[in-house]
Design a protein around this ligand. Sequence first.
Ligand code: ISC
Ligand code: MG
Length: 473
Amino acid sequence: MVSIPCSDTLRDKVANAVNHVKKYSHPIILSYVFEIKEKDPLQIFSSFQSAYAGKRFYWATPDRTFILCGIGVELELTTDKKFSNRFFDIYSKWKDWKEHIQIEGAHPIGTGPLLFGGFSFDPLKNANSSKWKPFHEARFTLPSFMITKIGRHTLATINRVIQSTDDINEIINHFNTYEYTLKKKNEDTNSFLNFTIKKESLFYKKEWMAAVEKATEQIKQNRFEKVVLAREMLLEFEGSIDIHYVLSMLNEHQPNCYLFVVENEGKTFVGATPERLVSKRDQKVQSACVAGSIKRGKTVEADEEYAQMLLSDTKNIHEHQIVVKAIEKVFREYCQEVQLQNNPTILKTPNIQHLYTPVEGTVKKGFTLIDFVEKLHPTPALGGYPKDAALAFIRNEEPLERGWYAAPVGWMDDQDNGEFVVAIRSGLLDEQKAYLYAGCGIVGDSKPEEEYRETEIKFGPMQHALGGKLNEK
Ligand SMILES: C=C(O[C@H]1C=CC=C(C(=O)O)[C@@H]1O)C(=O)O
Ligand SMILES: [Mg+2]
């Protein structure tokens, strides 16, 4: 098992890093990666609750074979730039840092210095509240330390940003202390539901239904083809929401979904989304078209019947194909080879089933992960088509601030590997309040009542994780 080197070697590495800082007049990220005894990342997440609450993140893939748990904030990159600039501003800030990174230890993808964070859905939406303010138009953090679970392997990363004025002994101490903490820490971390829903508020039902009606009329007049309209639900609690409880519930009850948690001081953005925006590993990029929905059946037979109905439903196929067309276009432009199947299959989550078309490609030279994020966001599964007309409609008609809901959330490393999901089936937790979000794709033959019912199903996973009801199937 590899470890932090003995103090003499570590002292040499740190001295080297300090020299680099002096030579280039730029701080450096020194990153140590080593394998540790198998640990449960959920336990790690919660065992740092008291000392690091507000400074953690969590990420798990749908099959849970790749998990990240970040603790502490070593570096924070934010931007309040509008439009696409929010993507490129973050990218260029990270690019500056990439010249000043030193990694020690074998570091498979998903270990070493990586940023975790996300982007706003639409910087042009007027914010009437300060609800999402600390999240900025984009915010990414480099954790002080991180656990990466890859299959059965558990790896630890300890990061330190070294400034020219830093004391060598203090830096060495940083690595030794975190190494000790990571290897030893193993508290009992069971948590129980000790908060209860006091009040549930749904806003603007009439206005939302009217917006759906208006959208279908404009679609029929060919102003645009599709728009995604979302709703907000506010839950108020007796007692403080325990994020470890919420995350454990999502982990257990939302298989087949990505899990993400972004803590930002007093606020936490959390969700269990089935939808990948883009993943890039070396030159391979993958995305997924997830749009078109139907409920789960109570029996295997009923469930299959619903799946077959969805696969042949013209309204849902249309809703889905608009997404396929848009994602395919980006892949054809940025990739040299593109693979996608002709017909959608079914993606089932415990609450709902979706039409699903995965897309894969080999990236053309010169295009980066952020190029894909920028170009894809929002896909017509979250915004609509054409993009600008749909966004303008959402901005004017949707009675809520999306913040980071339906926007890209994920991670990226220093070698341009990373993955972003679209942050749906999610909520913003703010002390004793939780704001939940759910939307649906509106096309010409959408019926407001049916779309409303679809959003009710989509609120289900977060409502349940917060101690509320699990939508009956
Ligand atoms: C916008 C959401 O779902 C999207 C993703 C899958 C299916 C969708 C649909 O069928 O309408 C939506 O496009 C949401 O869950 O908040
Ligand atoms: Mg739909």
